[in-house]
Design a protein around this ligand. Structure first.
Ligand code: LHQ
Length: 255
């Protein structure tokens, strides 16, 4: 059984962390396989990506049994975690975390690096880090602050409180909560919805929002103008306008 399973249905690629007996905890092997899956997801034929977990967890973060005494954690983060977080952000397409169960530590960071989170009603969100004397890593301090704001992010990360899906939804951490047995179907439907939209416009929208937080208004207006120039030169723009005027469903090809 591969530790990371990759499947493709039409234009949707699903990446499943597959160490259910270890709550899909992250090892060097999982990182490497996840990286290959994310490289594969850059294929233009893939228009939406789903990351989920096998069994009753999404991901319990770092496999704590893999670390001996006084490991060089910084080196490990740089070598294994950072490339995957950056690969998710570099994908010019939506990456959806289908949070099927426990989501802790760097597993929480992984989910928060994704563009969208859909939670099962069996999910739970656990900071984890401070519980073992660590700080949020793998982008956790970056993404969680953006999602929740600095005060709530600090309070949650520092208290190590387990969050249930209802509260996670109320906080805006997840976009929706669905019954556990409907998570896969609902996620597939959401992913298909994105896959049917114009890929270049979706990719550029992701880029724009990734840069908005640190840009000045002038810089962001300029970036919008540049990317809109590119968007307006796509065949999908021509198709979108034609379909609107002809009152039909557009067929976006990504060109
Ligand atoms: C695990 C793990 C796990 C191994 C459950 N490892 N076995 C850190 C260090 C270095 C480099 C880079 O980055 C990091 C970042 C991090 O990710 S630090 C944070 C690491 N993660 C945690 O501290 C979370 C630890 N796990 C938990 O808090 C709970 O297990 C959660 C909330 C995930 C699930 O709770 P329960 O549903 O109550 O399940 P459980 O605790 O009974 O766990 C089930 C099994 O999974 C159990 O094994 P066993 O053989 O007894 O059935 C756990 O030992 C194993 N497991 N997390 N991270």
């Amino acid at each position: 059984m591969p530790e990371v399973e990759v499947s493709r249905e039409g234009a949707v690629q699903t990446i499943t962390l597959n160490r259910p007996e270890k709550m899909n905890a992250l090892t060097r092997g999982v990182h490497a396989a996840l990286h290959s899956a994310l490289v594969e997801a850059a294929d233009p034929e893939v228009r939406a990506v789903v990351i989920t977990g096998a069994g009753r967890a999404f991901c319990a973060g770092q496999d704590l049994s893999e670390f001996g005494e006084a490991p060089d954690v910084g080196a490990s983060l740089r070598a294994t975690y950072h490339p995957n977080v950056l690969a998710i952000r570099a994908l010019e397409k939506p990456v959806i975390a289908a949070v099927n169960g426990a989501c802790a530590g760097a597993g929480l960071s992984l989910a928060c690096a994704c563009d969208i989170r859909i939670a099962s009603d069996a999910a739970s969100f656990v900071p984890g880090f401070v519980g073992i004397g660590l700080i949020p890593d793998a982008g956790g301090s970056f993404f969680i602050e953006r999602l929740l704001g600095p005060s709530r992010a600090f309070e949650w990360m520092a208290s190590n409180r387990r969050l249930d899906p209802v509260e996670a939804h109320a906080w805006g951490l997840v976009s929706e909560v669905v019954p556990a047995d409907e998570l896969a179907a609902r996620t597939a439907a959401v992913a298909l919805g994105y896959a049917n939209l114009p890929p270049r416009a979706i990719g550029m929208t992701k880029r724009l929002f990734d840069h908005a937080r640190t840009a000045t208004l002038e810089e962001q207006l300029e970036r919008e103008a540049e990317l809109q120039t590119a968007a307006a030169q796509t065949a999908d723009f021509v198709e979108g306008v034609a379909a609107f005027l002809e009152r039909r469903t557009p067929d976006f090809t990504g060109s």
